[in-house]
Design a protein around this ligand. Structure first.
Ligand code: HEM
Length: 346
């Protein structure tokens, strides 16, 4: 008998190894091909009232604190761009995604917790936090657009088991990003340049800290893509080093710092309405963030800005792009877990 034992001569052993490797590869690709599709009625039999329960919890929270809608919309984007839409941003632990500076100022976590508590009472351990966040985002979009932007949310996502601050590095765009950088980041998530321009329309609502625009206000020579009368208004709202207050409540050091820095509306004209005016602002050099105004300055994205200046285009475009963003790699089937509490792993 040889060194490799009966029936396992070196060539035979190698053949067996090869066969094992091939079958693992085949299984993996079958698993990928068989990845469950997200579907709107995913909880039809396992938790028939899931969407009704989420809606009533989210809507009543948004009625109490309307500002949370913009926070949730941003939160969904930040979740989906890191490990896909797997609720990894919701984990509240030292060193988790939530603690990354790019997620500074994210708010609305309590709304997601309230919705989760409502569904857990009726169907414990069935509805994922990733799906709750997706539905809460759709409800926020509906509310922010005055009921004009609605879409069905495909469901069936599972919750991730990883949430690491380090994984956020380089995945979320900064306010000073060039169009080339934005294109690269969105393309990495399977989103086109048009999707990127359309999703940027979310900046038609919400606010930013004054520190994010000081680069534009103090530029020397002055930023040629910033309307001078708008710049004068902004300088009053955001004097260097002085705070104007406002924004959200402050519980953490960074939040208090933000509050001290002052906040300013992302859309000067219709700050609380998700609409096409954001694009008209860009055409008038009245976009707030450098990354926003860059969309008008760039020859490739300028026509895409123009194409969204009518609500009849922007509304359906935004709805489509939100569904597409919600499809960025998700966990399904038996992958990940269904968290019992959205802010911690099981
Ligand atoms: C295109 C690249 C993007 C960049 C560079 C960017 C950057 C930013 C920055 C710097 C803020 C202000 C944060 C603060 O000071 O608190 C902000 C706010 C916001 N972003 Fe974006 N963002 C981008 C895309 C998106 C997308 C795709 C969405 C959602 C579809 C989104 C939704 C929001 C919302 C709703 C706010 C306001 C949040 C609030 O008022 O709390 N952003 N973004």
């Amino acid at each position: 008998m040889g060194r490799f034992g009966r029936g396992a001569s070196p060539p035979g052993f190698m053949l067996q190894l090869l066969l094992v490797a091939l079958s693992v590869a085949a299984l993996t690709s079958t698993a990928q091909a068989a990845k469950a599709q997200l579907v709107p009625d995913f909880y039809k039999s396992s938790c028939p009232r899931a969407e009704t329960l989420i809606s009533s919890a989210v809507n009543s929270a948004l009625n109490r604190q309307p500002g949370a809608a913009a926070g949730i919309l941003r939160m969904f984007f930040h979740d989906c761009f890191v490990h896909g839409c797997d609720a990894s941003v919701l984990i509240d632990a030292p060193g988790s995604e939530r603690s990354h500076p790019a997620n500074t100022g994210l708010h609305g976590y309590d709304v997601i917790d309230a919705a989760k508590a409502a569904v857990e009472k009726h169907c414990p351990g069935v509805v994922s936090c990733a799906d709750i966040l997706a539905v809460a985002t759709q409800l926020s979009v509906k509310k922010l657009s005055g009921g004009r932007i609605t879409y069905k949310v495909p469901l069936g996502r599972r919750d991730g088991r990883v949430s690491s601050q380090a994984d956020v590095n380089g995945k979320l765009p900064r306010e000073t990003a060039s169009v080339a950088d934005l294109k690269t980041m969105f393309a990495a998530n399977g989103l086109s340049t048009e999707d990127m321009v359309v999703l940027s329309g979310a900046h038609s609502v919400g606010t930013t800290g004054c520190d994010r625009i000081q680069n534009r206000l103090t530029a020397n020579p002055p930023d040629a893509t910033l309307d001078t009368s708008y710049a004068a208004v902004l300088k009053k709202q955001c004097p260097p080093g002085a705070g104007t207050g406002g924004g959200h409540e402050c519980h953490w050091e960074w939040e208090c710092q933000e509050k001290a820095n002052g906040r300013v509306n992302l859309d000067l004209a219709t700050p609380n309405r998700l609409d096409e005016v954001y694009y008209k602002n860009l055409q008038a050099n009245k976009g707030l963030l450098t990354s926003d105004q860059n969309l008008q300055a760039d020859a490739e994205t300028r026509p895409m800005v123009a194409a969204n200046t009518a609500f009849r285009s922007f509304g359906p475009n935004f709805a489509r792009a939100m569904v597409k963003m919600g499809n960025i790699i998700y966990l399904s089937g038996t992958e990940g877990e269904i968290r019992l509490s959205c802010s911690c792993f099981n």
